[in-house]
Design a protein around this ligand. Structure first.
Ligand code: NAP
Ligand code: ZN
Ligand code: ZN
Length: 350
């Protein structure tokens, strides 16, 4: 077994603490990565605090993993020792169902993808995520990372990046369209960068007046402060597409009313409590509402390659792992600019 060291949540209320554990030895198709950076996603907080139910402790969170390949199995062709590599939200899936065969492993129907942490792998062992010094992952779920970009700022692409890239591509957001992004956090700032890069006219919706200038710098043509609902009424019926990245319950109907006829709104934010949706805003303009989960491995690689070509990364704040609870507290106050990334070099001193 491979000895690993990281930080874990031992229950849903106490701060994360150091944790020693073991991972499987590198098998023929496996890649062992020494983790250099790991992004901090709001899903980590939801799961650490058991807001979605069913959390498994001790839990090593983290699914925005980048590092260097330390060892490969005998059958590994796509990587070599010393390469940069990434692991996102999934480490396995059935690989035989219709969705897996289409490269949409995030929607695996048999019974679902094996998540990078807070899950059980096919052998029944718990999976442990990226708040740790290393990871072993099947090559099919390991992504290639370009050395052209700042590695720490690439980490958030593995979840925040693909979760926003995938629905924008799926619904063909681009030139000639008005797109809205609700919430300017980790996912929101990536949605803004991608929507702008794809050529859409982009409006950022935020509850935080202090983020207005940043939103413009990150690519917004306009910024709308949503604490005053009058600001939303003025622009009713004008958007082709809205992506909602908000992590807490909020009024979805306010945003549905902003869509034009046939307009579409996609939820990627995953609050712990449901929000009521009124029928009339949907009926009267044949608007539609959907959700979207991360993205498949093929599309994640496409997104990473797109980012390398267009020089797109996340705006990050590096944090030592010892300060992870401060990072969580700031995210819960909407004080994130715009993704915390753990510098795994700090683990050595813990
Ligand atoms: P984050 O960095 O904490 O950003 C969330 C943003 O939502 C905040 O910065 C804030 O933006 C806004 N917000 C928070 N509370 C609000 C409230 N009560 N009313 C209105 N706006 C509020 O979180 P994240 O990492 O981007 O994750 C966002 C959500 O997406 C989480 O629920 C996460 O679990 C989910 N997620 C889903 C997927 C998927 O596959 N679908 C993948 C990753 C994450 P402003 O300050 O601009 O208002
Ligand atoms: Zn995530
Ligand atoms: Zn499957």
């Amino acid at each position: 077994m491979l000895k690993s060291h990281g930080y874990a949540a031992y229950d849903k209320t106490n701060p994360l603490k150091p944790f020693n554990f073991e991972r499987r030895d590198v098998g023929p198709g496996d890649v062992q990565i020494d983790i250099l950076f790991c992004g901090v996603c709001h899903s980590d907080i939801h799961q650490v605090r058991d807001e979605w139910g069913g959390s498994i402790y001790p839990m090593v969170p983290g699914h925005e993993i980048v590092g260097r390949v330390a060892k490969i199995g005998s059958a590994v062709k796509k990587m070599k020792v010393g390469d940069l590599a990434g692991v996102g939200c999934m480490v396995d899936s059935c690989r035989t169902c219709a969705m897996c065969r289409e490269g949409e492993e995030q929607y695996c129907e048999n019974p679902g993808p094996v998540l990078t942490y807070n899950a059980l792998d096919k052998s029944g062992a718990p999976t442990y995520g990226g708040y740790s010094n290393n990871i072993v992952c099947d090559q099919a779920f390991v992504l290639k990372v370009s050395p052209k970009l700042n590695l720490a700022a690439v980490a958030p692409l593995l979840c925040a990046g693909i979760t926003t890239y995938s629905p924008l591509r799926h619904w063909g957001v681009g030139e000639g369209q008005r797109a809205g992004v609700v919430g300017l956090g980790g996912l929101g700032h990536m949605a803004l960068k991608f929507a702008r890069s794809f050529g859409a006219h982009v409006t950022q919706f935020t509850t935080s007046p202090g983020k207005e200038e940043d939103a413009k710098r990150l690519g917004a043509h306009e910024v709308v402060l949503t604490r005053d609902p009058e600001n939303l009424k003025r622009i009713a019926g004008s958007f082709n597409f809205i992506i909602d990245t908000v992590s807490a319950p909020h009024d979805l109907n306010l945003y549905l009313n902003l869509l034009r006829t046939n307009g579409h709104m996609v939820l990627v934010g995953a609050p712990e409590k449901p929000s009521p949706v009124a029928a009339f805003p949907l009926i009267m303009k044949r608007r539609s509402l959907s959700g979207s989960a991360i993205g498949g491995i093929r599309e994640t690689q496409e997104m990473l390659d797109y980012c390398a070509e267009k020089n797109i990364t996340s705006d990050i704040e590096l944090t030592p792992i010892q300060k992870i609870d401060d990072a969580y507290a700031r995210m819960l106050r909407n004080d994130v600019k715009y993704r915390f990334v753990i510098d795994m070099a700090s683990l050595k001193s813990s």
